[in-house]
Design a protein around this ligand. Structure first.
Ligand SMILES: C[S@@+](CC[C@H](N)C(=O)[O-])C[C@H]1O[C@@H](n2cnc3c(N)ncnc32)[C@H](O)[C@@H]1O
Length: 280
């Protein structure tokens, strides 16, 4: 499938990707090996520097096309450089998006999905792509960041999915799940891509190792009578694929694998771990 995306190279603490025709050179501290492409191939459109004087930032923003975006499957993701060296998409999640759309389509029944830590909505759109009149897929998109939720809504509009059943929630994950438990809500599928550390609304913080067990206890209470899937990824080095899979053992056997970006030249970039459970 053509994503309008390619991972080109990594090394010497950097990564080189091409998103919708724009080459982007950014820090990647885990890339402790040598770059393979030549210095001229590393001449990028956009460049992010983490300067020692604290003045981090982008160079080359004038080279970005208006409405810079990425197409994948039937969805469009609008891209924009943000202060923390992100551009609005985590491409290592793309195989998960394909798996989600396929898993939901194959269910051939109405489904209600909760996407926590949902950011700009790649997984929300992938789930919503499976929505049909006959087998509706309702998605609840939750993130503590108002700007991320606004961005995700614009992505849904740009993808022609703006009128699909998607609830947009700006809230801390734990607070929202507790409220849904009190309201006796139930979901058939969960997408969880928590950061190693994050901020909720106000003083709430998220620490993966501390908070994952509590999150999964809440998830168990919110499961429908016939759950379809749980997709869990993690980006803390101490939580590998097997650890993530074992946290889902209350559901049955989960498959698990390392998340990585694959370069044709072999300079792959590790990006965390992932576990998938689905109804058999
Ligand atoms: C790693 S990103 C998720 C990437 C996303 N799954 C994707 O592939 O597009 C983490 C997201 O978690 C959100 N977040 C962090 N702490 C949170 C919390 N306590 N409650 C809800 N969202 C939180 C951040 O705002 C951020 O958008």
């Amino acid at each position: 499938m053509n994503y309008g995306y390619e991972f080109l190279d990594s090394g010497d603490g950097r990564r080189l990707d091409i998103f919708g025709g724009v080459t982007v050179d950014r820090p990647a501290p885990q890339a402790e090996w040598k770059k393979k492409l030549s210095p001229s191939a590393w001449q990028s459109d956009l460049f992010y520097d983490r300067a020692k004087d604290g003045k981090s930032g982008w160079a080359g923003e004038d080279r970005i096309p208006e409405n810079w975006s990425l197409r994948y499957g039937g969805a469009t993701l609008l891209l924009k450089p943000s202060p923390q060296s992100q551009i609005g998409v985590f491409p290592e999640q793309m195989p998960n998006w394909d798996w989600l759309t396929e898993t939901l389509r194959a269910a051939c029944r109405p489904l209600k999905i909760l996407n926590c830590f949902a950011y700009t909505g790649g997984a929300t759109l992938a789930a919503s792509l499976a929505h049909t009149e006959k087998f509706p897929v309702e998605v609840c998109h939750l993130d503590a960041s108002r700007s991320a939720v606004g961005w995700a809504r614009r992505n849904a509009e740009a993808s022609g999915l703006g009128s699909n059943p998607i609830r947009w929630i700006v809230e801390d994950v734990t607070r929202f799940l507790d409220r849904e438990i009190r309201r006796a809500q139930r979901y058939d599928g969960f997408i969880l891509d928590p950061p190693a550390f994050g901020r909720g609304k106000g003083k709430d913080t998220w620490v993966l190792k501390r908070d994952l067990p509590g999150l999964l206890e809440r998830l168990e209470k919110l499961l429908s009578k016939r759950p379809r899937f749980v997709l869990l990824s993690g980006h803390a080095p101490e939580l590998g694929p097997r650890d993530l899979a074992s946290t889902l053992s209350f559901l049955g056997n989960a498959s698990s694998f390392p998340l990585a970006l694959h370069a044709k030249n072999g300079n792959d970039l590790p990006c965390g771990s992932c576990a998938r459970w689905s109804e058999t």
